[in-house]
Design a binder for this molecule. Structure first.
Ligand code: M6R
Length: 614
């Protein structure tokens, strides 16, 4: 978690860094700080709470001008979110300032070593240890880059470190392991940051950094090396979205903007996926067709909403490609000694591409010889880099902590993968695949229809703003959507919300039903008769016990409508693709309800967008 920015160039580094931190605030918002080297020493300002607090402190006590600066927005791990624990941390001699994202696991033994050397850390953080180690190294007469190469290998765990030295005020030095860092390449200026959003206002040219690389930037130069000082591989890329995509565009929340961007995000994710004959082509798949034909098991690993996208993927992949598919929480995967091998395809789904649980599961799978294909929204992210193959979703930057367009485009990528495997293995005829692809291509219009028709959802959110508990039911692919609806409500509105497989009701959860309890039910399209009938029976069961039923059913479904206290109509789509339209009212509902409750929808309490700690 945590967002980091560093800058070298002619602009005021404090302005550049603070503006960058604002764009990274989704990564953590417990405290924020900035430091510059000036007049032979470090000057820093840091404040607990949101970046606005930092800005107020800077306005009251401005920092001097400088040629470089670093900053940090924190999601607290070690130490409470108070001023003292905020980054940047400064060495006792005032020479080095450091910001850090990650966790230094061996901080306690390093602290003991420093204390024995007469250093007395003042904060409760693991980060402070690293700044003292750097200060001790440069005091021995080496430059900050060399010091970083010495100190980084001593740290265990995950880190991005970015530092400045008051004796070399035009330089910023950074290093990374298991935590994100990109370089922004401008005209006579350079940036380092956790995410390109921090510098997209200034440049769209970026460099990906590899594991255990050290980068030194000045206004005019970028030097990338490994920890031994050998030149590192430099992988430049162009960012295909711009500043407008990272701003709210007239909406009150990023989340609302991102919900409304979903038709376009789906269309972008589908672009260029088939040739003129209608055959699917996934060019980013760097796994040979032969290997994919030999796959005998698929294991999907992911967390949170991405996990629910994986649950939908299971239905699609097994139905179309007839390959057994398991779905597992990434945080559980490696702890159960999973049976995977060369014929297992592990599909890792991650919007950010930086989720530590998912990354660690990928590494475990690769160590067992499995091939890993990731579905990722962030170009150059660690998960994308460490996978054998990637299907990039093209949702554009997702800033709101609650995943929306990230989730929908993950679903699209999962469908494409299922269809591609079916094509490759001949489990579906070409015309059958083409028909599903054509339906996918109509989805932007369908999703737009749901967005245009959200009056009922807005009224419902007003009505239920005081609810203490809300349940969600679904069956088949409606089940993960019920889970996703409940997750959205928990994370944004902080009320008790649970999703159930509708068939499980009678095995326990039905005891929760009481008079007027709101229960959302995702009803499958009428085509699958048995499924539809079963869910309608479930609605009758809960209605008979007093539940207020909010029924999501396709238009022209009189049977479902007859059992609805409130009816939300969905466009007619096929069963497997229904999640793409059914989840949208649930996203809107959670966003609206949380807004009415006065919560900060883009920054829910205790959460961060990118969870880079296990
Ligand atoms: O970036 P990832 O897709 O790996 O993130 C996984 C989860 O942390 C994420 O989906 C989380 O559950 C969202 N806040 C849900 O809205």
């Amino acid at each position: 978690m945590c967002g980091i920015v560093g800058y070298c160039g002619p602009r005021d580094p404090v302005d550049v860094v603070v503006a960058g931190l604002r764009r990274l605030e989704y990564r953590g918002y417990d405290s924020a700080g900035v430091a510059v080297p000036a007049d032979g020493r470090i000057r820093e300002v840091k404040k607990a709470g949101r970046i606005a607090n930092l800005e107020a402190a800077l306005a009251a006590d401005p920092l001097p001008s400088s040629g470089a600066g670093i900053g940090h927005t924190r999601w607290a791990t070690h130490g409470a979110p108070v001023d003292l624990n905020a980054h940047p941390h400064v060495s006792a001699d005032g020479r080095i300032a450091l910001v850090h994202n990650g966790i230094v696991e061996n901080w306690a033994s390093l602290r003991t070593e420093l204390e024995a050397d007469g250093v007395a850390p003042v904060s409760e953080t693991d980060t402070e240890i690293a700044v003292h180690l750097l200060a001790r190294a440069v005091a021995g007469g080496i430059d900050l880059t060399t010091a970083m190469r010495q100190v980084a290998p001593r740290l265990e765990g995950a880190f991005t470190l970015v530092a400045v030295d008051a004796h070399d005020p035009g330089t910023v030095v950074a290093a990374r392991r298991n935590s994100p860092l990109v370089v922004g390449v401008g005209q006579g200026e350079h940036f380092v940051a956790s995410d390109v959003a921090a510098f997209i206002a200034h440049t769209r040219e970026a460099i990906e950094l590899g594991q255990d690389q050290v980068v030194t930037i000045t206004a005019d130069t970028v030097e990338v090396t490994d920890l031994d000082g050998a030149p590192g591989e430099v992988r430049p890329y162009h960012v295909d979205w711009d500043l407008a995509a990272a701003e709210k565009g007239g909406h009150d929340w990023f989340m609302r903007k991102e919900i409304h961007e979903q038709p376009e995000a789906i269309a972008h994710t589908l672009l260029g996926r088939h040739d003129v004959d209608g055959r699917l082509v996934l060019d980013e798949l760097r796994i040979s067709e032969e290997e994919l034909r030999l796959v005998d098991t698929i294991v999907v690993i992911a967390c949170g909403s991405s996990f629910y996208a994986g649950m939908v993927a299971k239905y699609a992949i097994e139905h179309w490609a007839r390959i057994p598919c398991e779905v597992e929480l990434a945080s559980e995967f490696r702890y159960r000694d999973p049976i995977v091998g060369p014929r297992t395809l592990v599909v890792a789904i991650s919007q950010s591409g930086e989720t530590a649980d998912t990354l660690m599961a990928i590494r475990h799978a690769r160590a067992q010889q499995a091939r890993v294909l990731s579905i990722c929204n962030t170009n150059g992210s660690t998960i994308a880099r460490e996978s054998d193959a990637v299907i990039h979703t093209h949702a554009g930057p997702e800033i709101g902590v609650a995943s929306t367009k990230g989730f929908l485009t993950q679903l699209v990528a999962c469908y494409l993968l299922g269809l591609y495997l079916a094509q490759l293995r001949g489990t579906k005829f070409d015309d059958e695949i083409a028909a599903v692809v054509a339906e996918l291509e109509r989805m932007p219009v369908m999703v737009q229809q749901v967005l245009d028709d959200h009056g009922v959802v807005t009224e419902l959110a007003a009505e239920l703003a005081g609810a203490r508990s809300i349940l969600f039911l679904g069956r088949h692919v409606g089940y993960p959507i019920a889970l996703e609806g409940a997750l959205k409500l928990k994370e944004l509105a902080y009320i008790h919300a649970e999703g159930f497989a509708a068939g499980e009701l009678k095995h326990g959860p039905i005891a929760l039903i009481e008079q007027d309890l709101p229960v959302f039910v995702v009803v499958p399209p009428q085509g699958r008769d048995q499924l539809h009938t079963k869910v309608v029976s479930n609605i009758q069961e809960i209605r008979a016990r007093g539940a207020r039923t909010v029924v999501l059913a396709e238009e022209g479904d009189p049977i479902a409508a007859a059992h609805a206290s409130v009816l939300i109509t969905l466009p007619k789509v096929s069963t497997l693709l229904q999640p793409l339209v059914a989840v949208v009212p649930l996203q809107l509902f959670a966003c609206e309800l949380a807004t009415r409750q006065g919560h900060d929808v883009d920054h829910p309490r205790n959460l961060a967008k990118s969870v880079t700690v296990e």
